[in-house]
Design a protein around this ligand. Structure first.
Ligand code: FAD
Length: 196
C-alpha cells in the first residue's frame, strides 16, 4: 500500500484508520490511493461505529455482541477481489495505468521526432500531476525530478523510452516491496509477446 506516513486518522472520526487507508488532501479517505482490502476494512469499521452508537442510544441490551471500532482498528486487511463494475482501488488503477504507459512505450517510434518527444514530455508532466492517486503522483514526480537528472524521461526512441518506463515501474515495485522486473524483457512483455 502507499506510504504509511500519509495514513492518519479520518478528520471526521476519532478512531484510528485500518492499516493501508490513505487520506486525500481534504482529510477524507482516498479510494484511489487505497487497496480494496483496506477500503473494506474502513467501511466495516464505519458501519460498526454507527451501529454501536445507534444501539447505544436506542437500546438497553448488552453491547457485548457488537464489535467496536477498537477491535477492528489497525487490523491487517485480508486480500480481496474487487468486483469488475466497482470503482478502482489503488491496485486496479495501477495495473490499468501501467498497461497504458507500457503500451505507449511499445508503440513509440523507433526514432522519435522532436515534436513527438515534446508531446510525450508534456504528457508525462501532466500525468505526474493529475494521476488520481495523489501520493503515487507525488512520489512519481519526485523520482522524475531527481536533482542529478538521471531519472528524466529518455525520449529519443522506443528502446530507451521503454527501458526508462520499466525503470520507473521498478522504482514503484521497490517502494512496495515487490520483485523487480528484468528490463531486458520489457519488449517481449509489452510489444512482441513472449518468445516460444
Ligand atoms: P503491476 O505493478 O501493476 O504490474 C502489472 C504488470 O506489469 C505485471 O504483472 C508485470 O507483468 C509487468 N511489470 C511489472 N513490473 C514491470 C516493469 N518494471 N517494467 C515492465 N513491466 C513490468 N501503488 C501503491 O500502493 N503505492 C504507490 O505509491 C503507487 N505508485 C504508483 C505510481 C504509478 C505511476 C503507477 C502507474 C502505479 C502506482 N501504484 C502504486 C500501483 C502499483 O504500481 C501497482 O500497479 C499495483 O500495486 C498492482 O500491482 P500488480 O502486482 O498487480 O502489478
Amino acid at each position: 500500500p502507499p506510504k504509511p506516513a500519509k495514513e492518519s486518522q479520518d478528520a471526521d472520526s476519532k478512531a484510528p484508520l485500518p492499516k493501508g487507508v490513505v487520506l486525500d488532501k481534504d482529510g477524507k479517505p482516498c479510494r484511489t490511493c487505497t487497496s480494496i482490502a483496506s477500503w473494506r476494512a474502513l467501511t466495516k469499521q464505519q458501519s460498526q461505529t454507527s451501529l454501536s452508537s445507534s444501539t447505544a442510544s436506542t437500546s438497553s441490551s448488552s453491547p457485548s455482541t457488537i464489535p467496536t471500532p477498537a477491535t477492528t482498528s489497525h487490523s491487517t486487511p485480508q486480500p480481496t477481489e474487487i468486483p469488475p463494475d466497482c470503482p478502482p482501488d489503488v491496485e486496479e488503477l495501477g495495473r490499468s495505468t501501467w498497461t497504458l504507459l507500457h503500451s505507449m512505450a511499445a508503440t513509440y517510434p523507433e526514432k522519435a521526432t522532436t515534436q513527438h518527444q515534446e508531446d510525450m514530455q508534456g504528457f508525462l508532466r501532466f500525468f505526474s500531476k493529475l494521476y488520481p492517486c495523489w501520493v503515487c503522483a507525488d512520489d512519481f514526480r519526485t523520482w522524475m525530478a531527481h536533482p542529478s537528472g538521471r531519472n528524466q524521461p529518455k525520449l529519443g526512441g522506443r528502446k530507451e523510452f521503454g527501458w526508462w518506463m520499466c525503470e520507473a515501474h521498478n522504482e514503484v515495485n521497490r517502494k512496495l516491496g515487490k520483485k523487480e522486473f528484468d528490463c531486458r524483457l520489457w519488449e517481449e512483455r509489452w510489444r512482441t509477446g513472449w518468445k516460444d
